[in-house]
Design a protein around this ligand. Sequence first.
Ligand code: ATP
Ligand code: MG
Length: 549
Amino acid sequence: MNFIEEIVEKDLQEGLNDGRIQTRFPPEPNGYLHIGHVKAICMDFGIAEKYNGICNLRFDDTNPVKEDVEYVDSITNDIAWLGFRWGKIFYASDYFDRLYDLAIRFIKEGKAYVDEQTAEEIAAQKGTPTQAGQNSPYRDRPIEENLRLFQAMQNGEIEEGKMVLRAKIDMANPNMHFRDPIIYRIITSHPHHRTGKRWNVYPMYDFAHGQSDYFEGVTHSICTLEFVVHRPLYDWFIDQFVPQGEYRPHQYEFNRLNITYTVMSKRKMLQLVKEGLVAGWDDPRMPTVCGLRRRGYTAQAIRSFIDKIGYTKVEGMIDVGLLEHTVRECLKETAPRVCAIFDPVKLIITNYPEGQIENITAENIDGKPEVGTRQMPFGKELWIEREDFRQEGDKNFYRLSPMGREVRLKNAYIIQATGCEQDAEGNITTVYATYDPTSKSGTEGGNRKTKATINWVECTTAIDAQARLYDRLFAVENPSADERDFRELLNPDSLKVTTCKVESALSNAKMQDHFQFLKQGYFVVDDDSTKEQLIFNRTASLKDNWLKK
Ligand code: ATP
Ligand code: MG
């Protein structure tokens, strides 16, 4: 049980809010969801699921400059893909009328004023945590004038940036957020993606968030630790219009997710996308939900990772090795093992009948018949990995060499190499071998042990596929802590495009199908894949150093 669940259980025991549990997930639709958001999603939806409550989805759409329906759609899609179900979908913009009325009420009660200073002037008066700020010269303007000017702001009579509405609290408060925070600003340059041009003034986060929680009946408003310092202000606003003892939402905070070798900020991700440094929000190197999905991460793997890291009240950095370990752990259970040859050399089995193709039935995962079987065509000419043959074998090399060792072809027969052919440069072009017809896997002779098993694909039925070998996006562990620009820290080897020859059974592979390419890694069918050109993305290599650590 995490510490938020403990709070919820205590609240339930005490009968708070008549036992009602309501959370929300409040993304700003200004980018795609990343795995950091998933940590918040698992918390918000998880609490609701566990305690018979409701989690609503609320788009925090108070800044039309950066927001768009494209983001709204991707966010709902990603949450559903992760397997969570929201109660209702709300938008902060649903409350623009109520928030505006509340701002008017604040003005009438002498708790808000229109400031005409520039952003720089206001910032210069803020003071420091140990030094009080200065009052704005507009702080004590008459209520009537504030009402008139705020109305003028909304009517579009005032230019963007020329005036703001500020709460009148305390310029000397040790909490800087209390020093007359801006609660409304003018935005006329961009229409809102839902309310169009209806509004010329928009509420700031601090004024919109807690109030929206209250309007919806949220009981536990859970967010990340950077909002701890905002919490007193969150409560202050509620105190101004909700009598003590009545229902009110409460804010709780947990630690953000940060992962090594990546960035966890929509702003930086947007930059990578806009500047073409990645192929898009769903580039398989991106830590976005759609990027991870395209990389071959399953929803189960991502959720299992979030479970593993847990929730605390201290910021930290998670080793990306744990994320990679988790996806291997999940795919290991379900991904069919198939052959894909990356550096092919031809193997000819001289004593196999010319023109004959036999179908071998192979288990998708050895010893797990429930994962199914497939047909592997076998014939006289096969592709094998170049490194599986050595002309100069030695006693420590157990694969093919003319030394005469027996080697098993995965799921098929035992062979012995007899020789090879080279081109003018000395590159091996063909390997020759003989097979033992009585040694077929799955028959009695199939039990005969060899020191090595190698992978193969039958030549006439092999499919040429593209493989995109992805690696970590950044070359340094913590790009955000580096003094250099994060864009200079990208890993130049984060993508290698290559080809491979895969089994014919993969001709039916569909987008998002997962495989383990034997000895190579976990791969997924890319969204760009077609019947004519199969494309596989490497999700993760097979080597896992995590458990050793
Ligand atoms: P970013 O800094 O990437 O722009 P954000 O916090 O501005 O993220 P929002 O859309 O406002 O993005 O976030 C929605 C919710 O997701 C918030 O409750 C926020 O606390 C949470 N969240 C965002 N990033 C993380 C993270 N790295 N770890 C955990 N929760 C996060
Ligand atoms: Mg935010």
